[in-house]
Ligand binder design. Structure first.
Ligand code: G6P
Length: 616
């Protein structure tokens, strides 16, 4: 939540900052702002409520000169979205300017203290409190910006990634992080530096980056080496890494929305996700994390999956895969509930943390807690170098490339693909899975990218259906077994971007409540492939039809029965039951996409949401 970007170098900073903000807009789009120091050393601040494009419109006739600046796109936490609350925020003297991603939890008591010292505040934000506190420390103890920032941060409880600029010393930026991400890009000859919440604003200029470690402060000066230390002045040698993201991966290309691009990419990225992880003879899964740590994983008495949102749905599928192939009991917990439930977890447990962004605050906190209690932590993440993979003992990246659309699509199928390979690899190690089954699943897994492609090619059917249902007020999604988490995910997609109320239910549970909602106005999406409890799903569909419900069924090509009773059918290629979710979810993604487009909604930036939830 919230995106920050900063630049110091020789280029016009405005261009770097605006482009960077656009790339980070998925993190929040309530307001945006930037601060630049012009060639005469004057600090200029520009802010607008709304999107980055609103900021551009606000300042389009101004010069915006300068080669150093900081910028921010906001997802409101403290204080409504408004110009007053937009970042950057200034200190009382007007010399210090600061951008912040995160939450200062104890800002009320700090603010009270500063009020007593005569400070006044212009916004309702926690961030303004921090910049004022830095100034207070500098003035009271005669400190420079670096020492003042360190001193202030020692009082802060909460999460932050910040960049501070002092207009009296425009050749320096001071940055720090705790529990919120911050990446530093290093330009040629150290003549320029970039700072951002992720690598997307940086990738165009340099491939050399440092993922700032937690609780570190960085002093950045044009033409000089970076100085990184902890708050106690212990210097750290920077670990410079190469970014493996290319510009094409983060641009929309010819697609009207990132979400459509990312849905369409699934055949290719799922092949990428499997690349090198399936032996050429297709008889083995080669996951280095399972090879290296297999001796520990096989001892797990229990596996606990922690995740949020779509990743949690992938976790529910992971539970079924692991229990089927490994015969180890698996619990799937919302990370936010897990961390505050005084969980029974210890050295006999393996905790799997699933997160696309690798930055979700609750998932990260759940990982830290489980680690403290002695569990072994395995991460399944997408964003390379992000906080969760760095906090785990080991793990697998899903390698589906940057996901920018706020509604997660390819990350879900990537997570399910990695969970499938994990369950197969561990099941084989444990001897819980017979060789024939192991090879059958691998052989089928390899065909999935092609079947995904066929599924996407049929999107016209789904598009036509979306016309019919654009103005539906409610939806029910039903599935059993492996299809149940897909029902939840389909309902979530519709809610997120189409703002239509939708509920996912295990099909058999319908009788215990939701059936009361069914009438001829109620579209019911049934995930009803020919696998699993097919006959039982047919009975559930009959129950809906008997009450005049309108059934949209996702069926296998080979289906003969459901197509006779459902009102509408969406065919998908046949596969084995445990791999069905990789295909059945695609028409549900497409349905929600077209419904949102037909309603004229902003698919990539749905209201109130943010892609990376770095606050609790
Ligand atoms: C937000 C996003 C969802 C995502 C969830 C978990 O709610 O909008 O798309 O599933 O966070 O994010 P993570 O990055 O941990 O998978």
């Amino acid at each position: 939540m919230c995106g920050i970007v900063s630049y110091i170098g020789y280029r016009p900073a405005y261009d770097v900052l605006i482009k960077g903000l656009k790339r980070l807009e998925y993190r929040g789009y309530d307001s945006a702002g930037l601060a630049l120091i012009d060639n005469q050393g004057k600090l200029n601040i520009y802010k607008a409520k709304g999107r980055v494009s609103d900021l551009e419109n606000t300042i389009k006739n101004q010069d915006c000169i300068g080669t150093v600046g900081i910028a921010h796109t906001r997802w409101a936490t403290h204080g409504e979205p408004s110009v007053k609350n937009a970042h950057p925020h200034c200190s009382q003297s007007g010399h210090l300017t600061l951008i912040h991603n995160g939450i200062i939890e104890n800002y009320t008591s700090i603010k009270q203290h500063l009020l007593e010292k005569g400070f006044t505040f212009k916004s309702d934000t926690d961030t303004e409190v921090l910049v004022q506190l830095i100034e207070y420390k500098m003035l009271t103890y005669d400190l420079d910006l670096v020492e003042g920032t360190k001193s202030a941060l020692k009082h802060v409880i909460g999460a932050y990634a910040i960049v501070v600029l002092d207009d009296r010393n425009p050749s320096q930026l001071v940055a720090a992080r705790k529990s919120s991400p911050l990446v530093i890009g290093i330009g040629e000859g150290q003549e320029e530096y970039f700072l951002a919440s992720d690598v997307t604003p940086i990738v165009e200029y340099t491939d050399q980056v440092i993922y700032l470690d937690d609780e570190r402060i960085a002093v950045i000066e044009r033409g000089k080496d970076l100085y990184i230390s902890d708050l106690e002045n212990h210097r750290q040698i920077p670990d410079i890494q190469r970014i493996d993201v290319e510009l094409g991966q983060i641009e929309k290309g010819n697609y009207s929305h990132y979400m459509l691009k990312e849905i369409t990419e699934q055949p290719r990225v799922i092949a990428d996700c499997m690349r090198g992880r399936i032996s050429p003879d297709r008889k083995h899964i080669i996951l280095s994390a399972v090879i290296d740590y297999g001796y520990l994983l096989v001892k797990a008495k229990r596996i606990i999956i922690v995740a949020c949102g779509t990743s949690w749905h992938a976790g529910l599928i992971g539970k079924q895969l692991i229990e089927e192939f490994c015969r180890i009991p698996v619990m799937v917990e919302y990370a936010s509930e897990f961390r505050y439930s005084n969980p029974v977890v210890g050295p006999d447990d393996v905790v799997i943390a699933i997160s696309q962004s690798g930055e979700t605050a609750d998932t990260l906190a759940a990982v830290e807690l489980a680690k403290e209690k002695g569990a072994f932590i395995f991460g399944i993440c997408n964003a390379v170098g992000s906080s969760i993979p760095r906090a785990t003992n080991t793990g697998c990246y899903i390698h589906v490339g940057p996901e920018i659309g706020v509604a997660s699509t390819k990350a879900f199928t990537g997570q399910v693909t990695v969970l499938t390979m994990f369950a197969l690899a561990l099941g084989e190690k444990l001897g819980a899975l017979d060789q024939a089954k192991y090879e059958e699943v691998i052989a089928e897994l390899v065909t999935i990218p092609e079947k995904m492609k066929q599924t996407i090619e049929r999107n016209e059917v789904v598009k036509k259906l979306s016309y019919v249902f654009t103005y539906a007020r409610n939806f029910i999604y039903l599935g059993r077994g492996y299809a149940y988490p897909v029902a939840l995910e389909g309902a979530l997609k519709l809610k997120e971007i189409s703002y239509i109320h939708a509920e996912g239910y295990p099909a058999a549970e319908m009788k215990h409540g939701p059936i009361a909602l069914i009438d001829k106005e109620m579209p019911v999406v049934c995930i009803a492939t020919s696998n699993g409890q097919y006959e039982k799903v047919i009975s559930n569909i009959q129950e809906i039809k008997a009450r005049d419900g309108r059934v949209i069924a996702i069926v296998s090509d080979s289906d003969t029965q459901i197509r006779k009773i459902a009102d509408d059918v969406i065919d998908i290629p046949s596969t084995i039951e445990c791999l069905d979710p990789l295909l059945t979810v695609i028409p549900l993604q497409i349905l929600s996409y077209y419904v949102a487009v037909l309603k004229g909604l902003d698919v990539d930036m749905p209201r109130n949401l943010a892609k990376s939830v770095t606050v609790e």
